[in-house]
Design a protein around this ligand. Structure first.
Ligand code: PRP
Ligand code: 7HP
Length: 176
């Protein structure tokens, strides 16, 4: 079978404009405060790098890596931290940055775990949101783009660890 060809859904220019808007909104919401921006590895690293460079408030960064348990391609909703944060969250304004919310399992679980660490506030900024795919209720505080149920790659998002380097977000529907 021919290899799947990615088709552009969001160009790098459209992404830049939207990320700048998000950074402006976040800067206004956190004016006078210092943020701790927590990126979820691996997918969020490209978005997070652009987002923090648009902020007008001071921020620290840290990263967490998660592994989800499941049977085949079906997630059980159990999420294990395989690389934990190195920063205490107690009393800090924490913003989790994620590349995509799909079933909602990853973020609903992570938010629960991090809330127990007593941050002053805890919000989520997701670059993409696939609401049709939710298996648990989850609403991000900031969303770059809502998208339909299409498999997308690029701008940090992968298929089997490929395509993360693409500067545009592309649809790769043939993989599902
Ligand atoms: C992907 C994506 C999100 C998660 C969203 O991570 O980056 O973290 O799935 O899915 P959910 O809402 O259904 O839980 P993945 O485990 O593929 O790791 P990656 O970030 O390294 O690509
Ligand atoms: C995870 C994920 N990773 C890459 N592209 C998508 O469309 C995805 N949905 N959930």
């Amino acid at each position: 079978m021919a290899e799947a060809q990615p088709n552009i859904l969001f160009t790098r220019e459209a992404i830049r404009r939207r990320v700048d808007e998000l950074a402006g909104q976040i800067s206004r919401d956190y004016a006078g405060k210092e943020l701790l921006v927590v990126g979820i590895l691996n997918g969020a690293f490209v978005f997070m790098a652009d987002l923090i460079r648009g902020l007008n408030v001071p921020c620290r960064v840290d990263f967490v890596r998660l592994a989800s348990y499941g049977c085949g391609s079906v997630s059980s909703g159990e999420v294990r931290i395989t690389k934990d944060l190195e920063t205490s969250l107690a009393g800090r304004e924490v913003l989790i940055v994620e590349d995509i919310v799909d079933t909602g399992l990853t973020l609903s679980r992570l938010v629960g775990v991090l809330r127990e660490r007593r941050p002053a506030s805890l919000k989520v900024c997701a670059f993409l949101d696939k609401q049709e795919r939710r298996r648990v209720p989850f609403t991000a505080d900031y969303v770059g783009f809502s998208i339909p149920d299409r498999f997308v790659v690029g701008y940090g998002l992968d298929y089997d660890e490929q395509y993360r380097f693409l500067p545009d977000v592309c649809v790769l529907d043939q993989v599902r």
